[in-house]
Design a protein. Structure first.
Length: 103
């Protein structure tokens, strides 16, 4: 077994894609729309509670999606950094191999 660690870029990419799908789903179905239908609850207290819930939920989801987008961006930066380093190593080894073949 080799010393060090291995980074699974495919797993990081899949994590990014999962985050993006989650954000899309959250943004596609806003709970805030419940507040637009408060009159259909028939009771002012229930309508007020639903409206308050929808307001707070929207506020929380807004922060959640902001955090998820930040995580996605950081994962993408990580993928690019590791992939770039991996390509540099491949290029370096290819040069060394070519030099050996040329000798």
């Amino acid at each position: 077994m080799a010393d060090g660690y291995e980074v699974n870029l495919d797993a990081l990419y899949e994590a990014c894609m999962g985050i993006r799908r989650l954000v899309d789903e959250i943004e596609e179905k806003p709970v805030r729309e419940l507040a637009n239908e408060v009159g259909s609850f028939g009771d002012d207290r229930v309508a007020g509670a639903v409206e308050e819930f929808a307001r707070r939920w929207h506020h929380g989801v807004k922060h959640l999606t902001t955090d998820l987008k930040e995580i996605d961006g950081r994962l993408q930066q990580t993928i690019r950094a590791y992939a770039g380093n991996e390509q540099r190593v491949i290029d370096m080894l290819s040069e060394i191999n070519q030099e050996k073949l040329d000798d």
